[in-house]
Design a protein around this ligand. Structure first.
Ligand code: SDX
Length: 436
């Protein structure tokens, strides 16, 4: 953080003493006004529900420019990473700050590969759930349950523990997501196979059965690997902020990431990919492209409570660069699988076209986000809709743990404890029951 020559001055119309506030500059992006001394000096809080104007931390991991539609992981544009790297290279980048060379990559892949199994006791957690439980309910429980097994890596103040916990979480999420899926369809779990790549191993754990050899499909593996890269991190979004706040109490990384899984489940956040696919299927069932106009009318009618899922973003007020890449992946995968005439993809492109020409969306700067197309790709490669957000959680785990470790590694970090504007009842006395 570089102190700016410019200072902010806060003055009050009632003549209360003015206050000078330092401003800091980052590498790129908006400067910040340091208000850490505001309450001590003025007895006042700032007020920013939803944190529209609040920087909660300083970070070197991910940068987003909402106006330019730009996303950088450790300075590298997402388009270049999606084109030239695989997910584990991206994990190395997010965790350690740079892309690995060939030797570093080989070592990192070996490290992750050797941690993909979970304790055999984990399967008994699943038995407590109904078979039709939502996979995100199961995953929230499984990830939190990991903290019951790895006491040798939960001292978050020990850098080695932080690193091994990061590797364990990245390595085990595919195994847990696949176990949740197999449990929901009543099939036996498939153990990890170390001879396969990270993402090929995940597809085998998802789709293989003990009855025959399974050969990963390169198109599916490449598409999923790109989906993982696009979802790996995204600055201080709701679930990442949840992981940071939860981790700031000193709890173990498995518990903090479980909190992130729970937050991501919400339809306004990671649950949007499942909601967007269901929305497209509903429009399709109601008649497809010719029903788009009526649907858009419902969306514009605030009383309907209907939103165009997969559209809009707190930061991107221009196109989400991930949505563009996801649409390309959609086209590649559907063509490779002979599904180029997939009616849902055509419907999605028509819906996007109409929305982007409609004043309601233009005026509100609503563009497709990463969730608008990701469901179509996942459905095409055989991922059930209810598992979409679990796939998002699998990918986002590296971002959550990288951000958590960055916070814990900062000697200045404190437990997060926001304040409030109290608007409840003034002090009053309890009346005896007979007088209430
Ligand atoms: C993700 O933060 C991240 O980085 C998240 C994420 C990540 O990688 O971590 O990018 C992943 O969560 C992507 C977002 C997925 N969510 C959805 O697709 C759900 C639909 N989108 C909306 O719920 C909404 O756009 C949000 C939650 C994403 C953003 O909401 P904001 O920034 O709080 O904006 P808002 O709700 O104040 O909306 C501003 C206006 C409102 O209209 P007015 O009151 O001004 O008339 O835009 C309207 C909203 O009603 N609006 C929409 C809309 N999104 C916003 N209207 C119709 N459909 C939508 N999708």
């Amino acid at each position: 953080m570089t102190p700016s020559d410019v200072k902010a001055t806060l003055s009050f119309s009632d003549g209360s003493p003015a206050m000078e506030l330092p401003i800091y500059k980052g590498t790129v992006g908006p400067d910040v006004i340091d208000i850490r001394k505001l309450y001590a000096q003025t007895g006042k809080f700032t007020y920013d529900p939803g944190f529209l104007s609040t920087a909660s931390c300083n970070s070197s991991i991910t940068y987003i420019d909402g106006d330019k539609g730009e996303l950088l992981y450790r300075g590298y544009p997402i388009e270049q990473l999606a084109e030239n790297c695989d997910f584990l290279e991206t994990c190395h980048l997010l965790l350690y700050g740079d892309l690995p060379n060939a030797q570093q990559k080989a070592g990192f892949v070996k490290l992750v590969t050797n941690h993909t199994m979970v304790n055999e006791q984990m399967q008994f957690f699943l038995r407590g759930f109904r078979r039709d439980a939502h996979p995100m309910a199961v995953l929230t429980g499984l990830v939190g349950g990991l903290s019951a097994f790895y006491h040798d890596s939960t001292d978050i103040n020990n850098p080695q523990h932080r690193e091994i916990a990061a590797i364990r979480l990245i390595a085990k999420m595919p195994t847990l997501v696949a176990m949740a899926y197999k449990y929901s369809i009543g099939q036996p779990y498939i153990y990890p196979k170390n001879s396969l790549s990270y993402t090929a191993n995940f597809t085998r754990m998802m789709f293989a059965t003990p009855c025959e050899e399974y050969e990963p499909n390169d198109v599916v593996v490449r598409a999923l690997d790109r989906i993982f890269i696009l979802h790996a991190d995204h600055e201080q979004n709701a679930s990442t902020s949840t992981v940071r706040l939860c981790g700031s109490s000193g709890t173990n990384p498995f518990a903090a990431v479980a909190a992130g899984v729970a937050c991501l489940w919400g339809p306004a956040h990671g649950g949007a990919n499942e909601a967007a696919l269901n929305m497209l299927e509903d429009i399709q069932k109601a008649g497809g492209v010719e029903r788009i106009g009526e649907f858009i009318k419902q969306v514009k009618d605030k009383t309907s409570g209907i939103k165009l899922m997969g559209f809009g973003h707190r930061v991107y007020k221009n196109y989400d660069p991930r949505a563009k890449l996801m649409r390309e992946t959609c086209h590649e995968v559907l063509t490779a699988l002979g599904l180029e005439n997939d009616p849902l993809f055509k419907l999605a492109m028509e819906l996007e076209k109409i929305a982007l020409e409609d004043e309601y969306f233009v005026a509100r700067k609503l563009y497709p986000n990463v969730d608008f197309y990701s469901g179509i790709v996942q459905r095409a490669i055989g991922i059930p809709v209810s598992l979409f957000t679990a796939i998002f959680a699998l990918a986002r785990t590296v971002g959550w743990i990288a951000q958590l470790n960055e916070m814990i590694g900062d000697p200045e970090y404190k437990i997060g404890r926001p304040r409030q504007l109290y608007v409840g009842s003034g002090k009053r006395d309890v009346k005896p029951l007979a007088q209430r």
